[in-house]
Write a protein that binds this ligand. Structure first.
Ligand code: SF4
Ligand code: SF4
Length: 175
């Protein structure tokens, strides 16, 4: 699924239709907080964390199933996410996106939030955007907040922190 960005500057009606499109073939980055939250729900990091070498950095990425590249937490029977209450922050942001630079899309404009200049978009290819009976309208402020949280957490996510986290999880398990 290719992200087709549209400027997101005012509330947009949304309802997830569980079409699976955004849970298959995607590169979902994980932060240490994401990994900890999911692990504390009883999932072994060995089963859902993979590594990606990017330049001189190791990034943590959500694992996918071999047979269809669907996320390991996607339930093929219901179409729903098995860890909805604990899912990664990237999944909570989608079908929206937060950028530090303009993407060159018609109608885009900067969004000022907490002293930061951001550019916000939504994915026009998500069928839940402007759905017929929307569950809610998503505010740009809500997404900007998640975007800043992701940026902060992503920045401090590294192998040293990952090793410490695994040790902490093992200590809690053996108590
Ligand atoms: S967020 Fe959009 S693309 Fe993803 S499952 Fe829901 S409706 Fe489909
Ligand atoms: S964690 Fe849930 S929402 Fe995120 S990609 Fe996997 S199934 Fe989809």
């Amino acid at each position: 699924m290719r992200f087709k960005p549209k400027p997101f500057t005012e509330p947009v009606p949304f309802k997830c239709l569980y079409c699976l499109d955004c849970c298959r073939g995607r590169h979902v980055y994980l932060t240490l907080k994401d990994i900890e939250r999911i692990a504390r729900k009883g999932h072994d990091p060995q089963d859902f964390v993979t590594f990606s070498v990017e330049g001189n950095q190791i990034r943590f990425v959500l694992a996918v199933r071999e047979w269809d590249l669907g996320c390991v937490f996607h339930d093929p029977e219901t179409g729903k996410c098995k860890i909805h209450d604990a899912n990664p922050i990237i999944c909570r942001i989608y079908p929206f996106m937060v950028s530090r630079k303009p993407l060159g899309v018609e109608g885009e404009k900067p969004f000022e939030y907490k002293g930061q200049t951001l550019w916000l978009y939504y994915d026009e290819s998500c069928p839940g955007i402007n759905a017929e009976e929307p569950e809610t309208a998503i505010d740009p402020e809500e997404i900007a907040e998640l975007g800043l949280e992701f940026e902060r957490e992503f920045e401090r996510t590294d192998m040293e922190g990952f090793v410490e986290l695994i040790e902490r999880l093992e200590i809690t398990e053996t108590k």
